[in-house]
Design a protein around this ligand. Sequence first.
Ligand code: TRP
Length: 448
Amino acid sequence: MAAAGVRERFGSRAGFLLAAAGSAVGLGNMWRFPYLASENGGAAFVLVYVVLTLLLGIPLLLAEFAIGRRGQSGPIGSLRKLGGRGWGALGYLFVLVGGVILAYYSVIAGWTVRYGLEALLTGFAPSSAEHFAEVSSGADAVAFHVAFMAATVLIVVGGVKGGIERASLVMMPMLFVMLVGLAVWAATLDGAGAGYAVYLQPKFAEIMHPDVWRAAASQAFFSLSLGMGGMLTFASYLSRDQNLPESATVVAFTDFSVAFVAGLLVFPVIYSFALQDAVSASTIGALFIAVPSAFAAMGAVGRVVGLVFFLVLALGAITSTISLLEVVTASAMDEYGLSRRRAALLAGTAITLVGVVPALDTDVLGLMDKVVGELLLLAGGLVLAVFAGWRLRGPVREELLAGASPFWRRQVPWILLVLRFVVPAIVAVVLFFSLRGTLAAVAEFAAG
Ligand code: TRP
């Protein structure tokens, strides 16, 4: 059965906003952001991150929104329709990047479910570093990855309105409430002050360091789901009465708030149990080693709080995995006329198989995150900024104005200026630095 006919639509404004915020809010906010902030100058990093969210994040969100709503297809179809065959070919690359991100992201998401179940059934293991080494790769990791992918496929098969929108409307408010509850609880811990200090102590000397900007820029891309057509695909299910500039601002603000509050939770927990060494040992460590060992030390309270904590992570993760799978699914439907069910099953199966590799080897997982999640997203963002700002300038302007309120219509001219000049310039510089860093990581991986 072909998926011909009228394109699916979000059922409500809130549905689209929560689905887009659901895509943005995920493991990136709760796992990557707090860690990066503490490593890169604390409040100085937070400040750079806010600046880059405004300067790169919102204009690029708008580029994706405008292209997707104009093109009324996934990245391949939209770029081809609006830009010609050559641009359409780049769309294939976006879909591939989305698939690869999903493959390793789902492995990490599987860990969150596993830790949640441990809280519920057995309690956290006291020696968390060893425990993490045991469960983060191997048969168990594969099993949880497969289960997480199956849940993702199930939601995507339900469609834009009946699956993605419905899941986001339920899950995102739950996530917000539980996260704020956890942060309030964390404020009562003994080490809270020390934790906040490390998280937010402004080391302004570091603000000029290129690494800080590179880390903040790539984090903004990953966290806002930019650079591979995820937001583009969601916007293809919009009608022209949606206020795009306002939507982009709401999504970016929500995403930042969740990341910021996650830091207010993670750091007090770590510092009240003096687990800072576990954090600096590895990126992943902050969340899956240090935090569970703190929960283990808290006894029964730790089990309850830990269960809520990993539930929040799993909710954030699944609203992100559905957006990643939707890009591949929508493209398979657009390009090959497959039914939604068939497209989601095929894409989901292929991605699940690819994910077995990072599920068996955390070094491969880390490398995939560096090369695909960082470098290729930046490259994709550069392409999209040039496409929207230069090749498609007129239509993008029209899309941004259509549905916008008078206030937001007045902001469109300077948003476009930023998109055409500032975004490509900054992203090109960051990409250059990232390329060097990534090549070094690849060489290190190859060497041992
Ligand atoms: N933004 C999500 C997070 O922060 C991850 C994610 C979802 C993503 N869709 C994406 C990242 C598309 C890059 C591209 O966890």
